[in-house]
Structures are given as structure tokens and as C-alpha cells.
Design a protein around this ligand. Structure first.
Ligand code: A5P
Length: 227
């Protein structure tokens, strides 16, 4: 068995995909292993169609020969497989380290089943322990949104790419918020979503159905209902 924890989790996750399904394609280094495995399966004859969560994943999927649809072309997505930056014991997550949080959340919300692939370093308690919380905001009012996030202890930092603000696939900015340990993720999510200029937050509450955790020696499959 391969010793790369992310690849192991990804290769277990693609076993959930059935012929004919519409599959949400995640973003990030773990999801990239999912794309590789899926591309192989498509070349071997599996008929599925993918809905990418970022321009980056779209480019890779096209290169691998995975047929694609837009979210607007589908009524529902059967299954989405994506990574996470942090996940807690209630399956709440922080996502958006790669800046794709808004499309990732929309694709996840349109999906009947959400499978998250991580290595064991992503399991934390509580959220906010190892990573900041990304919040996507309108460039027009980013400073105002930053002020509001600061008022609630977010320690927002505008994400930079080289010498300019990082720009998302939706032409917005990201504020990486340093809340520290997050004691009540659902409540924080509600407060952030009400702020003017906020497009989406990287808190994913009640979205993960199955979490596949790879480490050096094994792959664990955890289900929300059984948690
Ligand atoms: C992309 O914006 C993120 O939400 C990723 O899904 C998340 O950062 C996980 O990425 P890695 O698998 O590269 O850690």
C-alpha cells in the first residue's frame, strides 16, 4: 500500500463513486490525488461527469480527460469529494486554504453525499487551533469587512499573492482570520455570514457526511451518523 496518507485517503474515497454519477471535484493537494485516481478510472471506462470547485481543478480534470459540467447544468450532484484544512469531532470544518471556499461550499450544498479526504494532521479540537479561518469578501468593501471581523476577535489579515491581494475565482479577496480556538463554530458562522461585504466563510458546518483519514499505516472511514 502507498505510504502517502493523502493519496491513500483519496484512493479509498474514489471507491464510493458509482457509474453514471455526477461527482463534485474538490480543490487542494488531497483532492488532486482524487482527480488523478478518477482520471485513471475514466480512462479505464468509468462513465461519470465532474463538477469542479475551482478553475484549478477544472484545468487538471480537463487534462486528465474527466468530462465536466457546470453547477448550473445539474439539478443535484451525487457525491462530492474534497479536502479540508481542519476538521473537529463534530465534523465541522475550516476550508479555503487554497481560496476556493465559496465554490466548494456551493458544490457541497448541492451534493447528496459529501466525502472529505484528509491526513490525520487535519483532525483538531477545537477548530482554529492550527489554521486561520478564510473569509471571502468583496474587494469594494474589504476594509469595512475586516473592521467588523476585527471587532469580534477575528484578527483579519488580507491574503496577499506576491505584491497584490490574492484574488479568488469569483474576483473577490480573502481575509484570513485569526480567531484562535473556536468554541462555537455554528454561532461564529452565523455572525460572519451576516456581515456586510462577506461573500462566504470557510466554516463548513454540518456538511461533511463521511471523513476519510489517511495516515502512515492505515485509512479510517468515519461516518457522521455513527460519530
Ligand atoms: C481549498 O480552498 C481548500 O478548501 C482545500 O480543500 C483545503 O485547503 C485542503 O487542501 P489540502 O488538501 O491541500 O490540504
Amino acid at each position: 500500500m502507498n505510504g502517502n496518507p493523502k493519496m491513500r485517503a483519496a484512493e479509498r474515497a474514489v471507491e464510493f463513486i458509482k457509474p453514471g454519477q455526477i461527482v463534485g471535484l474538490g480543490t487542494g493537494s488531497t483532492a488532486a490525488y482524487v482527480l488523478e485516481a478518477l482520471g485513471r478510472m475514466v480512462r479505464e471506462g468509468l462513465e461519470i461527469r465532474g463538477v469542479p470547485t475551482s478553475r484549478g481543478s477544472e484545468t487538471v480534470a480537463l487534462r486528465l480527460g474527466i468530462p465536466l459540467l457546470n453547477l448550473n447544468d445539474v439539478a443535484r450532484i451525487d457525491l462530492t469529494i474534497d479536502g479540508a484544512d481542519e476538521i473537529d469531532g463534530d465534523f465541522n470544518m475550516i476550508k479555503g486554504g487554497g481560496g476556493a471556499l465559496t465554490r466548494e461550499k456551493l458544490v457541497a450544498l448541492a451534493s447528496d453525499r459529501r466525502v472529505i479526504v484528509v491526513d490525520s494532521s487535519k483532525l483538531v479540537s477545537p477548530l482554529g487551533t492550527t489554521r486561520p479561518l478564510p473569509v471571502e469578501v468583496l474587494p469594494f468593501s474589504w476594509s469595512m469587512s475586516a473592521g467588523l471581523l476585527k471587532e469580534i476577535g477575528g484578527g483579519p489579515v488580507l491574503r496577499i499573492d506576491g505584491e497584490r491581494p490574492f484574488v479568488t475565482d469569483n474576483s473577490n479577496y480573502i481575509l484570513d482570520c485569526h480567531f484562535g480556538p473556536i468554541s462555537d463554530p455554528p454561532s461564529l458562522e452565523r455572525r460572519i455570514k451576516q456581515m456586510p461585504g462577506v461573500i462566504e466563510s470557510g466554516l463548513f458546518i454540518g456538511i461533511a457526511d463521511t471523513v476519510i483519514v489517511g495516515d502512515e499505516t492505515e485509512v479510517r472511514v468515519l461516518n457522521r451518523n455513527a460519530a
